[in-house]
Ligand binder design. Structure first.
Ligand code: SF4
Length: 705
């Protein structure tokens, strides 16, 4: 009985799930985690949500991959997503590590030699450590020989990062979540932190109880609406109209911070001219809310002593995601609500290391620390640091996640290495993504479970789970934190860093990293933002905030106090106009699909659906439908419904949910048996190449298998 057992060791680490980055303690006995407790970390001060507290036993699940697997020559890549472990050996056979690595790396090398450097691509993962992300992108850039490396940031905040880099010169947050306790007004848009960043939501609730006014803007009425000062349930897809209307109010009523605009920004006149055409009266019918409500929240945000903006995927996952974020940045800049405690811009990061993986260069257009691949000086620096021939690094940005899938279909990408990602579940238009993965000449997948992507692999390399390795992880607050090994990987599963290095050496990289700290040390010498953070300091202090340029720097939790990290030190306004969703409802597909996450499950569910308590709490695929819509289609809560888009259909249980607006259905994307991304649209934001997960046309009927 785990509850009564006495641990024989305690290991201080961090939560493997969301970007809040709660520190926790693993209580371990006989190489098994008995239970988890919260620790006094800067982001959580002892608090944990249900995932952090109960989501640990996936690591000991009997379905863990424990031996390398190679696809049988006669096994068709049609994909079997039933997760039936008895069928696995019909498709794959066991192999030694020596054979599996030779097959995995040797075939990638052969493809590179036959079809050229750009015929390979790699997807890393925000579930991995900073060191794993760094080595993975280095392998793709030096071993594969191109910048075709990306990860799930492309599917979550890529548009926020593009807008932030363009506007203020940094893709990370300006202020930590905890600053909500210092804010007079919190402006929360397109985010549901109670579900997706639960401990952060508790700090927000504390702040509200102490007088902070929450302005909540979301097409879905989340639980926080009960505590909001004002809750604006605007129509999905109308963010730019709403935000431009707010800016119109601020400009016309003289609520701008002219001194801040004059001293610290450029491009204001163009923005001002652009928002002239967006009066609240004109935009109110488009957004489905009162003009007076727009005026009220605009005044409140602009005139408070400290207003802070936080946003989530409701902002970013649109074909106009970059424009949405541009408007939020402009709002903060025109009112001078940035560069002080309790103000600023905070895109709430979804995965525990999506910030760090992006910082470490797991993106196709930038080397580590957002140094652009097109800059010859940057390339020369990395060629020197990585001991590769001058002129050998690719000078063109690589392909992004969805672009890779299209390139496979065109025969341009022929081999892939996927570490810890599950594109067969997470990519939009997943049927198309699965067909693309199946069409590869060679697919290497490194993971801890037989994911839906593994079923399409040629070789599967069994890797280590979060509590089985040491590494650093960067949370949504730019806090670099130490994750520590608590238990050993099962069977013959290996450390991810070891596997990456072995594959790299099959591609002529000649690496010899003996400890994770050597990788971190190389990182800090190529990434100025963390230059002052040593491994020893991380071990001693558990966490350090960047920017931390020199050893001994305390780290900066609030940035842009005096200037912005752009060439002229000034932030830049970028105007945006309305661009409608790529696929609007029509008579054939009259409703809208919105996808997202659930409190108990995380992303594609490969970990949380194998965590006993979490799976018991939410065991079945559900669709959240407004009760009046459900009644109108003749259904009851608990009925099976079929949702269909132009790309596919799924069947799942209907749950009556008043937070969903009429005409829209919300579905979590964690259920393999009702993989909702079979239905989503792969249309991309032109700037960030992020797909439109938050809006596509569907029809719904009661019944189904
Ligand atoms: Fe883990 Fe996020 Fe929950 Fe904290 S809030 S315990 S980091 S899932």
């Amino acid at each position: 009985d785990a509850a009564l057992a006495v641990p024989d060791k305690q290991v201080e680490s961090v939560c493997p799930y969301c970007g809040v980055g709660c520190q926790l303690t693993y209580n371990v006995k006989d190489d098994k985690i008995l239970f988890v407790e919260g620790r006094d970390g800067p982001a959580n001060h002892g608090r944990l949500c249900v995932k952090g507290r109960y989501g640990f036993d996936y690591a000991h699940h009997p379905q863990r991959l424990t031996v390398p697997l190679i696809r049988r020559a006669d096994a068709p890549k049609t994909g079997d997503f039933s997760m039936d472990p008895d069928r696995v050996m019909d498709i794959f056979r066991e192999a030694t590590w020596e054979e599996a690595l030779e097959f995995a790396g040797g075939k990638l090398r052969a493809i590179r030699e036959q079809y050229g450097k750009k015929s390979l691509a790699g997807f890393g993962s925000a579930k991995g450590s900073n060191e794993e992300a760094y080595l993975f992108q280095k392998l793709v850039r030096t071993g594969f020989g191109s910048n075709n490396v990306d990860h799930c940031t492309r599917l979550c905040h890529a548009s926020s990062v593009v807008a932030l880099l363009e506007g203020i010169g940094s893709g990370a947050v300006s202020n930590p979540v905890m600053d909500v306790t210092k804010a007079e007004v919190v402006f929360l848009i397109g985010a549901n932190p109670t579900v997706n960043h639960p401990v952060a939501a508790t700090w927000l609730k504390n702040a509200i109880r102490n007088g902070t006014k929450l302005i909540l803007l979301d097409p879905r009425k989340s639980e926080l609406a009960r505590m909001a000062h004002r809750s604006l349930q605007f129509k999905a897809d109308t963010d730019v109209a709403l935000l431009n209307a707010m800016m119109n109010v601020i400009v016309t009523e003289g609520l701008v911070d002219q001194a801040f605009i004059d001293d610290r920004t450029t491009g204001y006149e163009e923005l001002k001219k652009n928002v002239e055409g967006y009066s609240p009266e004109a935009m109110a019918p488009i957004c489905g809310i009162d003009a007076e409500a727009i005026r009220y929240v605009a005044r409140l945000y602009a005139t408070s002593k400290a207003s802070m903006i936080l946003w989530g995927m409701g902002v970013s996952q649109h074909v106009h995601g970059t424009d949405n974020a541009r408007c939020l940045i402009a709002l903060a800049l025109m009112t001078g609500q940035i560069g002080r405690p309790g103000t600023g811009l905070h895109p709430l990061r979804g995965q525990n290391n999506v910030q760090g993986a992006s910082d470490a260069g797991l993106i196709p257009m930038m080397f580590p620390d957002y140094q652009h691949v097109t800059n010859p000086e940057v390339r020369a620096n990395f060629e020197k640091a990585w001991h590769v021939a001058p002129g050998s690094l690719d000078d063109k940005p690589g392909l992004t996640v969805v672009e890779v899938m299209h390139a496979i279909k065109h025969g341009d990408i022929r081999g892939m290495y996927v570490m810890g990602e599950n594109p067969a579940m997470s990519d939009p238009d997943a049927n198309h993504a699965r067909e693309a993965l199946a069409a590869l000449d060679h697919l290497v997948v490194q993971d801890i479970f037989l994911t839906e992507t593994c079923y399409l692999a040629d070789v599967i390399l069994p890797a280590s789970a979060f509590p089985e390795k040491d590494g650093s992880f960067t949370n949504t607050d730019r806090l670099v934190q130490m994750g520590r090994k608590a238990v050993n990987p099962p069977g013959d599963a290996r450390q991810d860093l070891w596997i990456i290095q072995e594959i790299a050496n099959k591609l002529d990289c000649d690496w010899d990293y003996k400890h994770v700290s050597e990788v971190f040390d190389e990182m800090r010498h190529t990434m100025p933002s963390i230059g002052g953070i040593t491994w020893e300091r991380l071990e001693r202090e558990h966490s350090v905030t960047y920017p931390c340029v020199q050893e001994g720097d305390p780290g900066q939790s609030v940035v842009f106090v005096e200037d912005f990290p752009r060439a002229d030190g000034k932030a830049r306004f970028v105007p945006a106009d309305i661009i409608p969703a790529n696929e609007r409802p029509d008579t054939e597909y009259p409703m809208v699909l919105i996808t997202g996450r659930q409190l108990e499950h995380w992303h594609t569910g490969s970990m949380t659906r194998r965590a006993t308590v979490l799976d018991a709490l939410e065991p079945d695929p559900v669709a959240l439908v407004h009760p009046l819509d459900l009644a109108a289609m003749g259904g009851q809560p608990g009925d099976v419904i079929t949702i269909e888009s132009r790309r596919g259909e799924v069947c799942l249980y209907a749950r009556a949910d008043e937070s969903s607006p009429r005409g829209a259905v919300f579905v979590p994307f964690c259920y393999y048996e009702a993989a909702i991304n079979r239905l989503t649209n792969s249309a991309l934001d032109p700037f960030a190449k992020i797909p439109e997960f938050k809006y596509c046309a569907i029809r719904v009927k009661v019944g189904g298998e």
